[in-house]
Design a protein. Structure first.
Length: 366
């Protein structure tokens, strides 16, 4: 035994050194900035629509890396991916009976959009167009569901004419020819369409009423030059976002007889518009942030429950989707997160339906 009786292999602590214990202080490790991979992996959802019964939400998201079409039965089950046959999805529309979805498909990244149709459960995808050398911009379904309406540059690569394309396959039928720009239209309940064309610039427009047999009649005057955007069938005419005679755009009804009247005039800019039956929803810019309104039976109600942010509107699709029963879908953006989707039941506040995928960034984007 070593001298002094000390235990082999141990050195006694000096008598004046206190025994050490585990610290209960907060960790002082410096925070690590989020990696670029996490930031780039954050994903959002936008371009919203609802089924005719208001029970199924449709949206596009780049969750898989490119914009694809998804559906979500509200309150029942996980999201379902619907598109697989293209690199990305553009505009899409739900059929009048809710059984099918038509969508624009970009194949190969060349932006020569083709049109596909898929069943609402994701089965039976099939192309409707057969000209990959041309560009097709989807407008809507025909009211009877037997065709889709789209602009395409079939006649001349420079110009987009309005066509009806049989949903069961067949040759497109030209409805309206226009040697100019602008490819927006809305289909009326009686099968006619109102086409928006550009004049000298994209925010100076004309609205033209087009019959199925091809006859047409302009609804807007040459003067004053004005914007007529986001036109939708409403009350025997169309609703549109317009600045006719105003500095800031409002919501106006344009009759099929050429009459014009504002239904929403505010001292703020109108941002987006959607219509379903006798209801309509619109967004308005309030001090740099969006405020969403729903109008029905003479009542203009502000949607509650949304966090501070803006409508997530892009060049292809809508940030508002309204169903006949009053259910409203909203694509919503914040400065610190990718866009999300909220759903509003008639008379209630907004509820989060599709949250942003944050890539593990719990505190939001830097």
């Amino acid at each position: 035994m070593p001298r002094g009786g000390a235990t082999l292999g141990r050195t006694p602590a000096p008598r004046d050194h206190p025994r050490r214990t585990l610290s209960t202080l907060p960790c002082q490790t410096p925070a690590v900035p989020p990696s670029l991979s996490r930031i780039l992996d954050a994903r959002g959802a936008q371009r919203v629509a609802l089924s005719p019964d208001g029970g199924t939400l449709y949206f596009v998201t780049d969750l898989t890396g490119t914009m694809q079409l998804w559906s979500l039965r509200l309150g029942d089950g996980p999201p379902l991916r619907l598109s697989y046959e293209c690199d990305r999805v553009g505009a899409y529309r739900v059929s009048p009976d809710g059984s099918r979805i038509a969508y624009g498909a970009d194949e190969g990244g060349n932006e020569r959009w083709t049109i596909w149709v898929v069943n609402a459960d994701g089965s039976g995808p099939r192309p409707l167009t057969s000209r990959p050398d041309r560009i097709h911009h989807l407008v809507d379904w025909g009211r009877d569901g037997r065709s889709v309406v789209a602009f395409a540059n079939l006649r001349d690569e420079r110009y987009f004419d309005l066509h009806a394309i049989p949903a069961g396959g067949g040759e497109p039928k030209a409805l309206f020819r226009h040697d100019g720009t602008g490819f927006r239209a809305t289909v009326l309940p009686d099968g006619r369409a109102v086409v928006t064309t550009n004049r000298d610039r994209s925010d100076h427009n004309h609205l033209t009423l087009v019959a199925p047999e091809g006859s047409s009649r302009r609804l807007t005057p040459d003067e004053p030059q004005a914007m007529y955007a986001a036109a939708h069938a409403f009350d025997g005419g169309v609703l549109a976002v317009s600045d006719r005679g105003r500095d800031l755009a409002g919501v106006a009804r344009v009759g099929l007889d050429g009459s014009f009247a504002y239904v929403v005039e505010r001292d703020r800019e109108i941002e987006d518009l959607d219509v379903s039956g006798a209801r309509f929803a619109y967004g308005v810019n309030v001090d740099g942030r969006s405020e969403v309104h729903v109008v029905f039976d003479g009542e203009d109600r502000v949607v509650g429950g949304l966090p501070p942010g803006d409508l997530a509107t892009d060049l292809i699709g809508n940030s508002l989707g309204l169903a006949p029963d009053g259910t409203l879908a909203i694509a919503w953006a914040r400065y610190d997160a990718p866009s999300a989707v909220y759903v509003v039941r008639a008379g209630r506040d907004a509820e989060l339906a599709v949250p942003p995928q944050m890539g593990g960034l719990a505190e939001g984007l830097p």
